[in-house]
Design a protein around this ligand. Structure first.
Ligand SMILES: [Mn+2]
Length: 363
């Protein structure tokens, strides 16, 4: 993980002597703790990582996490009490230094704790360094995301078999989550979305007690979390026979996604990808019905940084991983979204999720 740590220092506009990550209780545990350690397991509540510009890493963890932490190559120190933690941290850091913190992952309470332990230190926000470094995935990260994508694809393949008239959105979500974990995921990447009929028109509706009836669109959006890395996929199916309007919605979204795939390559601005997709949808009868951005960066977090959003001027680079997920939503009628995960390659992209994308009418 030495290269990751060195790059965080290089990619931050600020110059600092150390970087300190300090976790609170879950869910306020900084993803970057796992980024710099490469650890696949463990919660690491209250733990602290001290990063050095040469790539060295000190971990300060409670006894509870000691066994998990030993799997990392970092220099490990175990603390038993809060006082011991403070003494050990002071010992690791000479107090009159400039210390970088990740302001986007540090609670105000934990920040106050650090300033109390190290009153002479100057604290500087180096979140830009983490953010920039994490956008470009290294080989280990790409392998983990690929494995998470395989589990998501294998789960998508199960859906036609579990669908039947009268099944509830809750039950379908449970089937999806069961499949994800039985195929090796630690957990679903996020709250699984399985919506039917008019509920498919709400992009962030998760699931409720609606029961599947003939003619319903079925929208499934989920991912696998594996070794802390995530996948994210969406397919929209139809139960029964599709109407012309449903077919047209699907065709439009599928075409929009292909337009994005064709345009994605290194050097193109992320925002421009969104513009080609949204202007295509706006040229159809579904004008104004694409109501979110075209995709987001994906990795340790499901929303791992900016993506194909209207204002994003970031240039695409090799080894970024993003989602491509256009959709069309008609309130009171239903919605269609198709989402895949892509790895940016030298000449274009590699599709990491491979589930079939043609419109499927399920019986
Ligand atoms: Mn997504």
């Amino acid at each position: 993980m030495i290269h990751r740590i060195k790059n965080i220092f290089i990619n931050s506009k600020k110059t600092v002597d150390f970087i300190v990550l300090k976790n609170a209780s879950a869910p306020f545990v900084d993803d970057n703790f796992f980024y710099v350690t490469g650890l696949e397991q463990g919660l690491f509540e209250g733990s602290c990582a001290v990063l050095h510009p040469d790539g060295a890493l000190d971990l300060l963890v409670s006894e509870l996490e000691a066994e998990s932490a030993r799997k990392s190559t970092a220099h490990l120190t175990i603390y038993k009490t809060k006082d011991e933690f403070s003494e050990l941290l002071k010992h690791l850091i000479s107090s009159n230094k400039t210390i970088g913190v990740n302001a986007s992952g540090l609670s105000y309470h934990e920040f106050n704790t650090l300033t109390e332990i190290l009153p002479q230190a100057v604290f500087v926000d180096v979140s830009d360094g983490f953010f920039k470094t994490r956008l470009i995935k290294d080989e280990q990260e790409i392998q983990r995301i690929k494995q998470a994508c395989v589990i998501a694809d294998d789960t998508m393949a199960v859906i036609p078999d579990v669908i039947s008239e009268g099944i509830s959105e809750y039950e379908l979500a449970a089937e999806i989550n069961y499949s994800l974990q039985s195929l090796g995921a630690e957990k679903p990447a996020f709250d699984t979305i399985s919506s039917f009929g008019k509920n498919t028109a709400e992009p962030h509706y998760s699931h409720g007690d609606a029961k599947l009836t003939e003619g319903d669109l079925i929208l499934c959006d989920f991912g696998a979390c594996l070794k802390k890395y995530n996948s994210d996929i969406t397919r929209t199916f139809l139960f029964g026979r599709a109407t012309e309007q449903q077919k047209e919605m699907y065709k439009t979204v599928l075409q929009a996604q292909q337009i994005a795939f064709d345009a994605i390559k290194p050097g193109v601005k992320a925002g421009d990808i969104h513009h080609v997709v949204s202007s295509f949808i706006d040229s159809t009868k579904f004008k104004g019905r694409f109501i979110h951005s075209t995709g987001h960066s994906l990795g340790l977090a499901v929303h791992d940084g900016p993506g194909f959003a209207p204002e994003n001027t970031m240039e695409l680079q090799e080894n970024m991983v993003l989602t491509v997920e256009p959709g069309v939503y008609l309130p009171g009628f239903g919605g269609v979204r198709i989402e895949d995960d892509v790895l940016i390659k030298k000449d274009g992209l590699e599709l990491l999720t491979k589930s079939p994308r043609d419109f499927t009418e399920l019986e």
